[in-house]
Design a protein around this ligand. Structure first.
Ligand SMILES: Cc1cc2nc3c(=O)[nH]c(=O)nc-3n(C[C@H](O)[C@H](O)[C@H](O)COP(=O)(O)O)c2cc1C
Length: 370
């Protein structure tokens, strides 16, 4: 009998994913300086498509040049990037996978490059200093909404299957959602309708401009985390409900540790509260420390419709085949740099992974687990 993780999954717009195992969005710094796709980025993703992942999410990709988060980021802010996205979509689809671009703006956490204005929902920093953060004007917010929509149209034109709005982890769209940060009084902040307005307008605008079969989803952080404040579970649920009204085809809940129940409601799992709060037609995806088949099944039992794998997709590029279909164990960290190279990570990506505690052997340059 086919494992339920390998069964097709329908998005709210009727488009169907081949299975319920996704590669989570993962930044890897492998792209060219001008944001064009590099062979290294394509090779690492294609290996996961060959390995049977139904949906491959790109790393966070910036929708404006100044929204870039870090050097080596794959960009989607210019038509210069379209040929790379087309190439990537064709490659993933040739293996039966879908490709989604994760649309991103760094906001106050954008990469500081010379001459670049750093913007967010509110201003902060010392006026006149390089790291000053400027408050976006209403006109600039409207321009930003158009930039997100242009990026989504670019993804659709390049033949991708969909996009995910990066509304999680404290970047620009999430900065607007944060109650402790977004104190604007002009309708783009303050109460929840004000704080959720940017994300909703981005969703509505994209939905109007892309074909109906093109999947548009959103990633949210459900609650506060180690480096994230100003979020509340009930507000996140309300925001997710509004986004479904606005045309979201899926809601991706980023948990970091999907084995934990909600902080606010310790008796219930986040997948369950999101599943119960949202229309049945809108799939809920969860991510965070999902390593084994049993872990993934637990998420489905809690109410998730699909799982997104981060580090397990790095160590075990054919996870859907090896772990789900064949019932074998994934490769668990710490791993060696050579094992990562064997799994089609370039030297740049291997170096980046050494910064993740406990992931690469310490005698191989990795940081010890905390
Ligand atoms: C190397 C690396 C890069 C990541 N980059 C992104 C990113 O670009 N966008 C995003 O939403 N999450 C990013 N994440 C978070 C993952 O998508 C995922 O939610 C997180 O790693 C938890 O899943 P895991 O325990 O399966 O790794 C990244 C994680 C890793 C390990």
């Amino acid at each position: 009998m086919t494992d339920r993780l390998l069964l097709p999954m329908r998005f709210a717009n009727g488009t169907v994913a081949p299975n319920r195992v996704w590669v989570a969005p993962m930044t890897n710094k492998q792209s060219h300086e001008d944001g064009r796709l590099s062979d290294a980025e394509l090779i690492w993703l294609e290996r996961r498509a060959r390995g049977g992942f139904g949906v491959i999410e790109s790393c966070a990709t910036h929708v404006t040049e100044s929204g870039q988060g870090w050097p080596g980021q794959w960009g989607i802010y210019s038509d210069l990037h379209t040929p790379g996205w087309r190439r990537a979509a064709e490659r993933m689809q040739s293996h039966g996978s879908m490709l989604f671009a994760q649309l991103f703006h760094g906001g106050e956490r954008a990469h500081r490059a010379q001459g670049r204005a750093i913007v967010s929902c509110v201003s902060s920093g010392t006026p006149g200093r390089d790291d000053e953060v400027r408050q976006l004007t209403p006109a600039q917010i409207e321009a930003l909404i158009e930039a997100f929509a242009d990026a989504a149209c670019r993804a659709a034109d390049a033949g991708l299957d969909g996009v995910e709005l990066h509304g999680a982890h404290g970047y620009l769209l999430c900065q607007f959602l944060r109650a402790d940060l977004n104190t604007r009084t002009d309708g783009w902040g303050g109460d929840l309708p004000g704080r959720a307005r940017l994300l909703r307008r981005v969703m509505q605008t994209i939905r109007q401009q892309v074909p109906a079969s093109f999947v548009v989803g959103v990633r949210l952080s459900a609650e506060n985390g180690t480096f994230l404040t100003g979020l509340d579970l009930d507000e996140s649920l309300q925001t997710a409900q509004w986004l479904c009204d606005d045309g979201a085809d899926f809601i991706h809940v980023s948990l970091w540790d999907a084995h934990l129940n909600c902080s606010k409601r310790a008796d219930v799992h986040p997948a369950r509260v999101f599943r119960d709060a949202l229309p049945e037609a809108v799939p809920v995806i969860t991510a965070g420390q999902i390593w084994t088949r049993a872990h993934a099944h637990q998420q489905l039992d809690h109410g998730a419709d699909a799982v997104a794998l981060g580090r397990a997709a790095i160590t075990t590029p054919n996870w859907p085949q090896q772990v789900v279909r064949d019932g074998k164990e994934p490769l668990m960290p710490p791993v060696s740099a050579q094992q990562l190279r064997d799994r089609d990570l370039s030297e740049t990506f291997v170096t980046y992974m050494k910064r993740w505690p406990g992931f690469v052997h310490t005698d191989d340059g990795g940081r010890p687990a905390k």
